[in-house]
Ligand binder design. Structure first.
Ligand SMILES: Nc1ncnc2c1ncn2[C@@H]1O[C@H](COP(=O)(O)OP(=O)(O)OP(=O)(O)O)[C@@H](O)[C@H]1O
Ligand SMILES: [Mg+2]
Length: 215
C-alpha cells in the first residue's frame, strides 16, 4: 500500500516552535523507507501522527491501495515502538502470535506465523521464553516479529534496531526489508547501515522531510 503524507505540520501544546512544518513525502507500495535525522528532530512525532497515535490537525496522511482507494494509515498499519511493550508473563511465541490473531489470523495460522517470524529475527529456540526474561534486544526483536506476523500492509517502526549490535541489526533489517511479504515499511533509524538496506532514505531536519543526500 502506498503511503502519502501531505502538508503535515505539528506543534506540541504549550511549545512555540513547530516540530513539523508542511511535511510531504510519498512511500511507494511495498517499499521500505528509512527516516533519519538528529535526536529531537521529530521522527517519533512524525510516525505517531502517521499511525494515529497523535491527533493530526494539519495536513493529511493516507494509505492508497492498488485500486486507488484511500484509507487512514492507522487502519492499515502496525507498530514497532521505540519503547517495546510485551506481555511479560507470556512467551515470546505468544506475544508474536497476538499480533497475528489481532489482525484476523486463525489460532493455528497465528502460531505458525509466530514461529516463522521469530526465526526470521534470529530468535529460533527462544519461542518458549517468558517475555520478562528476554534481554532488551531480544524483546525488541519479538516486537518486530509481532509486527511482521500481523501481515498488516504497513509497518511503522521506530528505531527497531536501536538496542542491537551490528550483526543482529542486519538480521532484523533483512527480516523487515527482505523477508517481508509485500508490506510497506517506514522505519526510523540513526544507523546508516540500516538505512542503506532500505529502498529510499529521507532526512527530517528543521521540521522538513527531504530525500537524504550522500553519506
Ligand atoms: N509530549 C511532548 N510534549 C512536548 N514536546 C514534546 C513531546 N514529545 C516530544 N516533544 C519534543 O518534540 C521534539 C521532537 O521529538 P521526537 O520525540 O519526535 O524526536 P525524535 O526525532 O524521535 O528524537 P530521538 O531520535 O531522540 O528519538 C523534541 O524537541 C521533543 O522535546
Ligand atoms: Mg524518537
Amino acid at each position: 500500500m502506498l503511503v502519502r503524507v501531505s502538508g503535515v505540520s505539528f506543534t506540541y501544546p504549550r511549545r512555540e516552535d513547530p516540530v513539523l512544518r508542511q511535511v510531504s513525502f510519498e512511500v511507494p507500495s511495498g517499499a521500505a523507507v528509512a527516516i533519519m535525522g538528529p535526536s529531537g528532530s521529530g521522527k517519533t512525532t512524525l510516525l505517531a501522527l502517521m499511525g494515529g497515535l497523535l491527533p493530526l490537525r494539519e495536513g493529511r496522511v493516507l494509505a492508497v491501495d492498488a485500486h486507488g482507494q484511500e484509507h487512514p494509515v492507522a487502519a492499515k498499519a502496525t507498530w514497532v515502538l521505540q519503547t517495546v511493550s510485551l506481555l511479560p508473563d507470556r512467551t515470546a511465541a505468544h506475544n508474536v502470535a497476538v499480533g497475528a490473531y489481532s489482525a484476523g489470523a486463525t489460532p493455528t495460522e497465528a502460531r505458525e506465523r509466530a514461529a516463522a517470524c521469530l526465526t526470521a529475527v534470529g530468535l529460533a529456540g527462544r519461542e518458549q521464553a517468558p517475555a520478562r526474561l528476554l534481554s532488551g534486544g531480544e524483546a525488541q526483536r519479538v516486537a518486530t516479529a509481532r509486527a511482521l506476523a500481523s501481515q498488516r500492509p504497513i509497518i511503522l517502526a521506530d528505531e527497531p534496531t536501536g538496542q542491537l549490535d551490528a550483526a543482529t541489526s542486519a538480521v532484523v533489517i533483512d527480516a523487515l526489508v527482505t523477508a517481508r511479504s509485500g508490506q510497506t515499511v517506514v522505519l526510523v533509524t540513526h544507523d546508516r547501515e540500516v538505512a542503506a538496506r532500505c529502498d529510499l532514505v529521507f532526512e527530517l531536519r528543521d521540521g522538513v522531510v527531504r530525500p537524504a543526500v550522500g553519506p
